[in-house]
Design a protein around this ligand. Structure first.
Ligand code: NDP
Length: 494
């Protein structure tokens, strides 16, 4: 009896053990093919290039599938298919009919939400709770929202005569693969354009599954063409002579090169590029709420977020207390298996991105900033980086200037609102910013003075399809979402 009790005591966790039991999401409903082809003219076709590349699960380094690498000839076929679909079908399809397709796509995305969320997490490394609660619902919301506009374009732009532009080449990154596809496709289709979409090399699978969703919705062939591949495929798409509009989300460096390529071509261009957002916390802010906002601002999606709140500006009088709270909160973040429903911080998207983060963090230490990382065990395989905060950061440090695109926060301090604004604006970027204070007048004043396309007040990383999103300076130009985003796909006449 005594022996049995001892065994039972060992098997039962101590009542002070508040650890989480594993809660893995099921994956059996996701069918990953061995090979994926290109979607051109409504058919899945093998690439004329005869090349394929591997896509891996960044949490395990396992190869998931082989994916077609579209060469110039393939891109040309895709643009021809898009042009033909535009001329023969889509430009003659009424707004009300286009809306029906978009509503159908939105509903299928909802129906297949679990499948999409799991695939997004497997291919990209983000926590399942984020794919499930953010990426997929927002992707569906973008199709619903733009479906609503498709037959009301003349009301969206009163007194104008909105017309589609023609064929759009769209290049998207790996941090929100399905959501970025939705941000790009939904307004383009609602406005009456056809599309050639180039997903990122490391995360092509949900865009390809979206291609299957479009087929299921019976979207006419050629209205959306999907060409997978690396940077060269993207370059071929954006520089193709028969493309009327280019929409790019990615790095500032590539954005600049695209702008140079397109200069003088007459093609319409929108660029959503990098960021180095300031998250400004005043001494009258609700501190616990601010800590949650700071964590969400930088550790959401492993910090692979163009609008991440990567520079924390704290008013000096509360800096020490807030950093203490922040460190305690960071120690509760669960890092690991992205498919576990309890995971807060998943895998870094690729080895290349991990190396970039490691390099910048090493630079931060070398330049004299103080690093803190909570103790946490990292899986032995895959690409991982601990949530990190640097204090004692100077404005000249690389970690205060460059986009790290990882779970790394740089903390600076200020004394007055003027100093906060000067430091926040001391960046070549201008995508987003956050302000934490209980004074409404201060929020309005800072929103006016901060040079950022989006300013969040007492919250961070909030997205809505009705709300335009985009940047200034090296963060690019053009807006996505809302009527501004729609206008980017229309010729508004006079
Ligand atoms: P890129 O800008 O290279 O990638 C974005 C997309 O553009 C991908 O689909 C990429 O293809 C494609 N691409 C690459 N080169 C060209 C080209 N010459 N012409 C047309 N398309 C091209 O970003 P990276 O993936 O290299 O990431 C590098 C850094 O960029 C990150 O560390 C981060 O700082 C920043 N970044 C910012 C993003 C944002 O949302 N603002 C998103 C992604 C990255 P492929 O995937 O094959 O390279």
């Amino acid at each position: 009896m005594a022996e049995e009790m001892t065994t039972r005591a060992k098997a039962t966790p101590s009542r002070f053990d508040l650890g989480y039991a594993p809660a893995p999401e099921a994956t059996d409903h996701v069918k990953i093919r061995e090979r994926y082809d290109l979607l051109i003219g409504g058919k899945w076709v093998e690439p004329r290039s005869e090349r394929h590349f591997k896509t891996v699960n960044p949490a395990t380094e396992e190869t998931l599938a082989e994916v077609a690498e579209a060469g110039e000839e393939d891109v040309d076929l895709a643009v021809r298919a898009a042009r033909s679909a535009y001329t023969r079908v889509w430009s003659k399809t009424s707004g009300a009919e286009r809306a029906k397709y978009l509503f159908r796509v939105a509903r299928i995305l909802q129906e297949r939400a679990r499948e999409l969320a799991v695939l997004e997490t497997i291919d990209g490394g983000k926590p399942i709770k984020e794919s499930r609660d953010v990426d997929v619902p927002l992707a569906a919301a973008h199709f619903f929202y733009h479906a609503g506009w498709a037959d009301k374009l003349e009301y969206a732009f009163p007194g104008r005569t909105p017309r589609p532009l023609g064929v759009a080449a769209q290049v998207i990154p790996w941090n929100f693969p399905l959501l970025m596809a939705a941000w790009k496709l939904a307004p383009a289709l609602a406005a009456g354009n056809t599309v050639v979409l180039k997903p990122a090399e490391t995360t092509p699978l949900t865009a390809l599954l979206l291609g299957q969703v479009l087929e299921q919705a019976e979207l006419p062939p050629g209205v959306v063409n999907i060409v997978t591949g690396a940077g060269q495929t993207g370059a071929a798409a954006v520089s193709h002579a028969d493309v009327d509009k280019v929409a790019f989300t990615g790095s500032t460096e590539v954005g600049k090169s695209i702008q140079r390529t397109l200069a003088g071509s007459g093609k319409r261009l929108t660029l959503e590029l990098g960021g180095k957002a300031a998250n400004v916390v005043f001494d009258d802010a609700p501190i616990d709420q601010a800590v949650e906002g700071i964590v969400n601002g930088i550790y959401f999606n492993q910090g692979h977020v163009c609008c991440a709140g990567s520079r924390l500006l704290l008013q000096e009088s509360i800096a020490e207390a807030l950093v203490d709270k922040l460190k305690r909160r960071m120690a509760t973040l669960r890092v690991g298996d992205p498919l576990d429903k309890n995971t807060d911080v998943g895998a870094i998207n690729s080895r290349q991105q991990l190396e970039k983060i490691q390099e910048l963090v090493a630079a931060g230490e070398a330049e004299g900033a103080a690093l803190y990382q909570p103790p946490c065990e990292l899986p032995s395989r895959g690409f991982w980086f601990r949530p990190t905060v640097f204090t004692g950061v100077a404005q000249s440090h690389r970690i205060a200037q460059e986009e790290i695109f990882g779970p790394v926060l740089s903390v600076l301090t200020f004394r007055t609102p003027d100093e906060a604004v000067a430091k926040a604006n001391n960046t070549p970027y201008g995508l987003s910013a956050g302000v934490w204070t209980e004074k409404g007048s201060r929020i309005l004043e800072l929103a006016r003075r901060l040079r950022a396309g989006v300013v969040w007040a007492n919250t961070f990383n909030r997205f809505d399809p009705a709300s335009p999103f985009g940047g200034y300076q090296e963060s690019g130009f053009g807006r996505e979402g809302g009527r501004h985003g729609l206008a980017a796909y229309l010729d508004l006449g006079r």
